[in-house]
Design a binder for this molecule. Sequence first.
Ligand SMILES: [Zn+2]
Length: 606
Amino acid sequence: MWGGAGAAVRMSTLLAPTLREVPAEAETESHRLMLRAGLMRRLAAGIYSHLPLGQRAIAKVEAIVRQEMDRQGAQEVRLPLVQPEELWVESGRSAKYGEELWRLKDRHGRPFVLAPTHEEVVTDLARREISSWRQLPLILYHVSNKYRDEPRPRAGVMRAREFVMKDAYSLDRDRDGLLAAYARMRAAYARVFTRCGLDWRVVEADPGTIGGGDTLEFVALADVGEAEIVWCEACGYAANVERAEGARPAEVEAAEGADGGAAGPVRIHTPGVRTIEDLVAFAGIPASATSKILFLWAEYAPDGRRELVAALVRGDRQLNEIKLANALGAVRLGMADRADVLAQTGAPVGSAGPVGLRGARLLTDLEVACGGAFAIGANQEDWHLFWAKAGRDFDPGQVADLRLVGAGDPCPRCGDALRGANGVEVGHMFALGAVYSQAMGALYRDDQGRSHPIEMGCYGIGITRTLAAVIERHHDRDGIVWPFAVAPYHVAVVPVAAGEDGTREAGERLYAELRGAGVETVLDDRDLRPGAKFKDADLFGWPLRVTVGRTLRDGAVELRQRRGGLTERIQLGGAAAAIRARVAAGLGETEPPPGHGSQAPDAPGW
Ligand SMILES: [Zn+2]
């Protein structure tokens, strides 16, 4: 990570416009600091110009990613950002992506899209260039801007419309080859995020619009993160809450205190009861002994067909819409309004229930379907059924795991209580299998001349998002606290006049020496008060600050570490060598030990 003699700069010439005020548009600390420390500026909603310091930090993350990709034998390519839309129609993703896919037309009216990712382009390349088993396996990767027309860009580069991403694609002969590539990429990702100084977890996730089978998400822990994850300390199970499985309840547990030994549901007059809270207050039963029905419109590809869906979950649970969409095979869900529900089913929303429900497709969460008896609406205003049981009193329809799992819920593997945290999704990998190669006809011939679809995997790292996650984790009230591995520069030499002669010259000499030694150095040669320079140095977050000032009369300079604030005197003679050694040690801090991140694919993620 030595930048060479050129990687040094004078502050007086650097475009790094700082802001004293916290910009109103910024909601997260990383967003605020990337603006305040002059790393980037907004051009349009979710679209940013990265200024020299931001670009250097991005390049550091990219360099780490490239090293780890190359270490695993992946080959770098550069793929087009403008792609013919017909490829996306062929793969079926044009409809699935919907409005997020940024569409444009060329002068002849031919439709194109701005790349949100490159599965289609790589599959197209594979079907043209790969014909024999001898050409496999292969892992290709590239680093480029990506485009997603987010409905609500926010948090700076965390959820931007243009962002930098590394995406990789593995091409294999069979499932075993794919799993080997998947394990190698997982090991590479573990090293990348550790080297960037992140506290991360790897969790099971939902494949979403990518499709295919297994998928893992790498999540950097951060309170502001949009990703919610749960994990089990006992057995290592870890998942995004979008994906986290509900533990299958024991029959007795679900029925606890609710069955009352009744032989069938009991119809009870419940005047004014509309919500679960009302029902709990009215009947004096826990919310877990009630269930509720939610009505949604489900939309299907490719014809846009819609149907009204009724999802039944326990009264104290939340519906996980992603699980519901997956159970249905729907591309989109939307809440149905009261009027639609009444018109279609004849049931008022606050009193709807599964017994005798018509006009909507019923799905029942397995917790409700598994045995217990629940209080539920009777499809008539002011009436509820008590001790209603799936299977006995109503046909549960499609039974599926539909509820949102959170911290404190039992682990689906071992039953221990799950822990939860928020985080930023910085990496994602998918064992796609033959989804794309079959849809687009990417086939190879084996040694017997038989034709097979290529087994594919895809692997993304949000580069700019990783950078934001690094800042979320490494900052204090004064500014950024860069880990050495991604700091735009490692050392700031800050001459402060303070009535002393020769500080400027001594600063210049030290700067030249550090520069000559290949240390990435900033010289604060601006005509500012010491306090202003120190404040800026803290905001910029240089890992080391060398103050050339008062101590010069003793032939010494002051070396201060940004992290922890430890300050010490070092002799000016030999200072460059001492600082260089500190930088080397700092760069080693986040270097994973040998063998780290090369665990078997089925080992727990941390
Ligand atoms: Zn567990």
